[in-house]
Design a binder for this molecule. Sequence first.
Ligand code: SF4
Length: 259
Amino acid sequence: MNNLATKAKITWCPGCPNSAILVAFRQAISELVETEKLKFENIVISAGIGCHGKITDYVNVNSFTSLHGRALPVMTGIKCANPKLTVVGFSGDGDSFAEGIGHLVHTARRNSDIKVFLHANQVFALTTGQTTPLSPKGYRSKSTPFGSIEEPFTPLPMLLESGATFLARTYAEDIAGTKKAMIAAITHKGFSFVEIIQPCITFFDTREYFKDRIYSIPENFPVQDKKTVLEFLTAPNEKTPVGIFYNVEKPTFEEQLWS
Ligand code: SF4
């Protein structure tokens, strides 16, 4: 864990759940290295632009900070050039579902062997609070002062239909749960996507909303049954399930490219 810290000053707002994601990721990497499932020098992380993007400064591994919404093509390039590397990317919901949505769905469709951890805070936080494609209908912000009239995306069903082979959702303040999902995503062969609910405590504080809504799905969830998973993820639900929803093996983009 100590080896993974950098000297960079953490500039997230005090108490921001991004710090919990950082801790979970450092713990996940430490465990994978200690159990010899991963070599420290073989990890590369990338990020787009947003509060999430600062994470590349805070983890002492190879990293590449990309343009807004463009972490995925960078990651695909890294993985294609050297398939031995473990490539992990961080993105925000504005970064992924506004600027970067084309890259997101096509990377999932190709089943590129990269892992994406979404800091889902439903707001453009770095630019001080504008509506994203994940903000709820009616959300009032600097960009929608009378309330958003748009329906939001729901990430996991979209990624399932796009072709992702590993899907999970966690709550950032549950560090153990996030770490567990990160380890499963990193050790999965293929495109892994983890939606991490990360309330922005400064511009869109949803902690009270999620407090009593988060619940874990059972360990025996049918993670290989796409139809059941899709029905579950799209069914009306007042609550917010977390856990690993989908996990199947398919040939990856890179192994087909180099075969
Ligand atoms: Fe976290 Fe929001 Fe502050 Fe960004 S603006 S660091 S997401 S609390």
